[in-house]
Structure formats: structure tokens, C-alpha cells
Design a protein. Structure first.
Length: 151
């Protein structure tokens, strides 16, 4: 999957004002979504990344919070992702493999639906704190179920 896209020619206007652009004319932003111009933020495809609607919304919220004086960073690991296929695939947070890299001691619970063939639900929790740190769902209802994991 391609995760870099060409920035807009209009990004050259931002460059003329002092914004740093990458090789594909994308606007560089930090994890607070701020460009190299203090107080100027960038979200979505102008940053040169392919983003989902959920990621664009979260980037916008982070940028707005920081513009209002908060100090909030984007944590893409906690933005739900839904891939619509024959069966929808949804995931959020850590997988059993990525959890140790985040400092967790993961345990995984797996449920395979007997009622609906091919539906699988995985929950990853931290063994010490018993906190849910991730989920993966293969189901026609993945788009509705994944956000509930964030509660």
C-alpha cells in the first residue's frame, strides 16, 4: 500500500511563507500537527500521507486543541482503522506483537463466532494492569464495534 502522496501545488504558497516542504511538496508537521511556521497547522493529505477519514478527523482535533493552547500530540496507534472488504476488518491500539514495544505485557483473548462464519474478535490486554490495549475485529459490524473498544 502506498502511504506517501504528492502534495498539492498550492503547498508552494505555504512554502513561500516559510513552511518546510518535503520532496513531494508535502507540508512537514510534527506530532502536534504544527508546521515549521509557529501557530500554523496542517492535517490530512497536505501532509503527504494517505489518511483515512478517521485519521483526518483526529488530526484536525489535535490541531484545533493545540491552536487553542493545549499541548496535545497525535497518537495514530489509537485512531480506529476500518478496511471494508467482503468482511470488514477493524483494528485499534496494539496487536499482540506490537504491545511489548509499547511497554505492555500482553495477553490475548480470541473469540470466533459460531453464529457467523468467519467473524473473529481479538482483544489484547496488559497482563499487569488488566487494561485493554488493542483490538482486532473481522466482522460485518467492525465499523460499529471498534469505536466501542475505545470506551
Amino acid at each position: 500500500m502506498v502511504d506517501q502522496i504528492k502534495g498539492s501545488e498550492q503547498n508552494k504558497v505555504a512554502e513561500s511563507l516559510g513552511a518546510r516542504l518535503g520532496n513531494n511538496d508535502e507540508i512537514f508537521v510534527d506530532d502536534r500537527m504544527m508546521s515549521s511556521i509557529p501557530g500554523v497547522y496542517g492535517v490530512g493529505s497536505i501532509t503527504g500521507k494517505r489518511v483515512t477519514d478517521m485519521m483526518s478527523q483526529e488530526q484536525g482535533k489535535v490541531a484545533a486543541d493545540n491552536a487553542m493552547g493545549k499541548n496535545r500530540q497525535l497518537n495514530p496507534e489509537w485512531v480506529p482503522e476500518i478496511n471494508r472488504l467482503v468482511r470488514n476488518v477493524g483494528y485499534v491500539g496494539c496487536s499482540i506483537k506490537s504491545a511489548p514495544q509499547q511497554g505492555f505485557h500482553p495477553v490475548e483473548g480470541v473469540y470466533e463466532s459460531e453464529m457467523f462464519e468467519g467473524e473473529i474478535f481479538k482483544i489484547v490486554a496488559d497482563k499487569r494492569t488488566k487494561m485493554v490495549v488493542g483490538a482486532q475485529i473481522i466482522s460485518n459490524q467492525a465499523a460499529e464495534l471498534i469505536p466501542m473498544i475505545l470506551l
